[in-house]
Design a protein around this ligand. Structure first.
Ligand SMILES: Cc1cc2nc3c(=O)[nH]c(=O)nc-3n(C[C@H](O)[C@H](O)[C@H](O)COP(=O)(O)OP(=O)(O)OC[C@H]3O[C@@H](n4cnc5c(N)ncnc54)[C@H](O)[C@@H]3O)c2cc1C
Length: 282
C-alpha cells in the first residue's frame, strides 16, 4: 500500500465535475471505486484521488431490456439484488459467489473492476461473456460502448471518462451461461477463468460468446472457440471435443504461478465442464 504521495482527496458533486477534474489532472489523478485495486497496486497512488461518494451511483434497475448497475455498486450489492436471482437462471449470481471472500466482495465496485481490468479479474471475464455495455461520462458528455470497444481503446478512454454505469442485456428464453474459475484459496488471485454464454435454437448453438481470463494476460474473447460451438448440439460428445479443441487452441502461457502446460490442461477441463453445464441448463 503506497498512499504517501496523495495530496488531495476531492468529492465532486456531479459526474461532469469529476470528469473535469480527471481531464485537468491527467495521470496525476485516479477515481476511487472500492479502492482495493489502488491500495494493492505496485505503483504509488497518484497525487489526487477523486471520490464519487456524493454522486448517486449505487443502483440496480431493469430498464429497456437491460440490467443497469451504477458504477459504485459493490459486487455483494449486485449479487444479492433480487433482479439477479432469475437472470440467466441464477448462474451469474452463483459465478460471482465464488469470487474471493465476503469482505472483498463488499468492497469491490463494478466500475472499479471494469476500469481496473486486473488481468486475473473474474468480473471482467464474466462481463465480457455477457456482452456488457459501459456507460461513460466525460466533459464531452455521455457515451455508451460495448465492453470490447471500451478495452479496445482503453488507455485513452480511461484518461478522459468516468464509468457511470454497467449495462447487461436481458437474456430471455433460450440463452444459457456457465463459468469456471481456478484458484488455490479464497483470497489468492484466480489462476484461470472461463465464461461462456450460448443461444440455443432448435437444439443447436446459434450464437456463442466465450471468454478466457487470467491467462495470465487480461481476459480475451476466444473467437475460434465461439465458431467451434456454433451449429452444434450440446452433448457429452461435444463436451469432450471442445475440451481437446480448447486445450490446443486457447491463448494461454505460463508464469511464476503455474506452467503453460498446466493452464492449458485446466482450460480443457473448464471447456468440458462448461459444455456439460450448459447442456444441463438448456
Ligand atoms: C485480496 C484480494 C483478492 C481479490 N480476488 C479477486 C478475485 O478472485 N477475482 C476478482 O475478480 N477480483 C478480485 N479482487 C478484486 C480486484 O483485484 C480489484 O481490486 C477490484 O476489482 C477493484 O475494484 P475497486 O472497486 O476496489 O476498484 P478501485 O481500486 O477503486 O479502482 C481500480 C481502478 O479503476 C479506476 N476506477 C474506479 N472506479 C472508476 C470509475 N467509476 N470510473 C473510472 N475509473 C474508475 C481507479 O482509478 C483505478 O485505476 C481481489 C482483491 C483483493 C484485494
Amino acid at each position: 500500500m503506497k498512499l504517501t504521495g496523495v495530496e488531495k482527496c476531492l468529492f465532486p458533486g456531479t459526474l461532469e465535475e469529476a470528469a473535469e477534474i480527471l481531464e485537468h489532472e491527467g495521470d496525476n489523478a485516479a477515481v476511487v471505486g472500492g479502492g482495493l485495486g489502488i491500495i494493492t497496486a505496485r505503483e504509488s497512488a497518484p497525487g489526487t484521488l477523486i471520490f464519487l461518494e456524493k454522486i448517486p451511483l449505487k443502483y440496480i434497475k431493469k430498464e429497456q431490456n437491460h440490467l443497469k448497475v451504477g458504477a459504485r455498486t459493490s459486487l455483494s450489492e449486485f449479487m444479492n439484488s433480487p433482479v439477479l436471482e432469475k437472470y440467466l437462471s441464477g448462474k451469474v449470481r452463483s459465478a460471482m459467489e465464488g469470487i474471493s471472500t465476503h469482505l472483498i466482495r463488499n468492497q469491490i465496485t463494478l466500475g472499479g473492476a471494469v476500469a481496473g481490468r486486473a488481468p486475473y479479474s473474474d468480473i471482467v471475464t464474466l462481463l465480457m461473456a455477457l456482452r456488457a455495455k459501459v456507460v461513460l461520462r466525460g466533459q464531452a458528455g455521455q457515451k455508451i460502448l460495448s465492453i470490447d470497444e471500451y478495452y479496445g481503446d482503453f488507455q485513452d478512454i480511461r484518461r478522459q471518462y468516468i464509468i457511470e454505469e454497467i449495462q447487461l442485456p436481458e437474456y430471455e428464453g433460450d440463452f444459457a451461461f456457465a463459468m469456471e474459475r481456478f484458484t488455490r484459496n479464497a483470497t489468492d488471485i484466480t489462476l484461470l477463468n472461463m465464461a461462456v454464454l450460448v443461444k440455443i435454437e432448435i437444439g443447436k448453438v446459434e450464437e456463442a460468446s466465450v471468454t478466457v481470463g487470467s491467462r495470465p494476460e487480461p481476459a480475451y474473447r476466444f473467437p475460434e472457440g465461439e465458431e467451434f460451438l456454433k451449429g452444434k448440439a450440446l452433448s457429452e460428445d461435444l463436451a469432450r471435443l471442445f475440451e481437446d479443441f480448447v486445450r490446443e487452441k486457447v491463448d494461454v502461457r505460463g508464469d511464476f504461478r503455474i506452467s503453460e502446460d498446466y493452464r492449458r490442461h485446466v482450460s480443457g477441463v473448464f471447456a468440458r465442464r462448461i459444455v456439460e453445464s450448459l447442456g444441463g441448463a438448456s
